[in-house]
Design a protein around this ligand. Structure first.
Ligand code: S3P
Length: 181
């Protein structure tokens, strides 16, 4: 893995579509590395005192994306933190560029079938409040795949438990940090 010299891999960022397990895997990774865990959606909700769905409904998606950009800017000051990001965050190229300056970026990948299986019984995601959520997943996945593929590490989660995915990520993180020195 060729690491650019203007990068400092002090944090670990998880990107990927909704329902790929960023939060559950992120918590496991943080626990094992003795890192802090942070979730960009949680940060936005705490800061605004509102739910993501409420922000989307009342202010619109662009307002939510502006909050995401603001949070991403602040993350550059973090150390020893596992950062789980909202599914759409890396679709803004500047966000990914910023994350890469201080974090190894790992993308959790899943098939559209697996994603549907994982999100179908959850209701907190405004983008899936759609008359045809499965079509929406297909469309968004296709749109975002080129961004997700810019991660340093890509991990297919379809056949793996959260624990296995966490192990893979920790291994990749240690290898990347070693080759940085
Ligand atoms: C979004 C994903 C959500 C949340 C918001 C928008 C997206 O995060 O940021 O609902 O654009 O894919 P999760 O990926 O954690 O569900």
């Amino acid at each position: 893995m060729a690491m650019h010299s203007d990068r400092q891999l002090v944090n670990l960022a998880l990107i990927g579509f909704m329902g790929t397990g960023k939060t559950s895997v992120g918590r496991l990774v943080a626990e094992q590395l003795h890192f802090e865990f942070l979730d960009t959606d949680d940060l936005i909700q705490t800061r605004t005192g509102r739910s993501i769905a409420d922000i989307f409904t009342k202010d619109g998606e662009p307002a939510f994306r502006a909050l995401e950009r603001q949070v991403v800017g602040e993350l550059t000051a973090r150390r020893q933190t596992v950062i789980a990001t909202g599914g759409g965050l890396p679709a803004e190229p500047a966000n990914l560029t910023s994350l890469k300056t201080h974090a190894l970026v790992a993308c959790l990948w899943a098939s559209k079938e697996k994603i549907w299986e994982r999100v179908r019984n959850q209701s907190h995601r405004p983008l899936l409040h759609d008359s045809d959520p499965q079509r929406k997943i297909r469309e968004l996945l296709e749109l975002r795949a080129p961004f997700y593929q810019q991660a340093d590490v890509l991990i297919n989660t379809d056949q793996r438990s959260a624990r296995e995915v966490a192990q893979q990520i920790i291994l990749q993180f240690k290898l990347a940090r070693r080759s940085e020195r």
